[in-house]
Write a protein that binds this ligand. Sequence first.
Ligand code: 15L
Length: 271
Amino acid sequence: VTVSRVLITGAAGNMGAMLRPLLAAPGRTLRLFDIAEITDIDSATEEFVQGSVTDRAAVAAAVDGVDAILHLGGLSTEDSWANILSVNVDGTQAVFEAAVTHGVTRVVVASSNHAVGFWTHDETGDALLPGDAAPRPDGFYGWSKAAVEALGRMYHDRFGIDVVNLRIGSSFDAPPNYRGLATWMSPADTARLIEASLSDSAKGFHTVWGISKNSRAWWSGNEGAEIGYLPRDDAEQFAEQFLAEHEWTFSDPILQRVGGAFCDHPLGQRM
Ligand code: 15L
């Protein structure tokens, strides 16, 4: 355990719920923050603060007294420009501002593959797409992730806050579809990535892929390895199930582009 008090924003969301038991550790308190109520608090290891990332006073209160922030709170797919700006951009800025005010030196940000969604497999060829490939957002949602990655860079350069941007692929119990054979990050690997991001090896500023050790991955594990993230799971265990219905070929636009179907989704339309 490297950090004793961790704030998790968006703790009631998919990733938050998945990670709570996995990040629980002796001597560590998880402070859970969400707009939605969480009723199954484990009072030995968790505390709950209800609020929205769009409420600056609530964010400041949640940040007060923690050692690190895992910022998962926000819209997780395409939405209107107004909602994306308010929740994802203003919300993340509120988190960074509170970190400065309260002396929190580590912020781990849930970015997304959709920050770089328009990179294609053709462009990388035999190489793997680096964790810090230039932004090429595939919608307003992906753009907000690219924007908050850059915001983190600014807070790092101005205030020395250690920032890790996680370009998460598909973090679910199992790959949601055949694309997930390349993009999946298992729950156990997600927890490994967070632990690495909270550790001393991740001091500084880092942008890394959040995926498992997938046989079909075409996104690089190098930047993750630099902060000590060594994934162990492989989506290949699900291959048979998905490849019965879909051929694995990079001429398929879903597989060809980092962002898959997000690249074709109507801009600004809630998913
Ligand atoms: C994301 O950014 C979403 O939050 C998640 O729901 C998945 O759609 C994921 O990307 C993905 O690309 O699989």
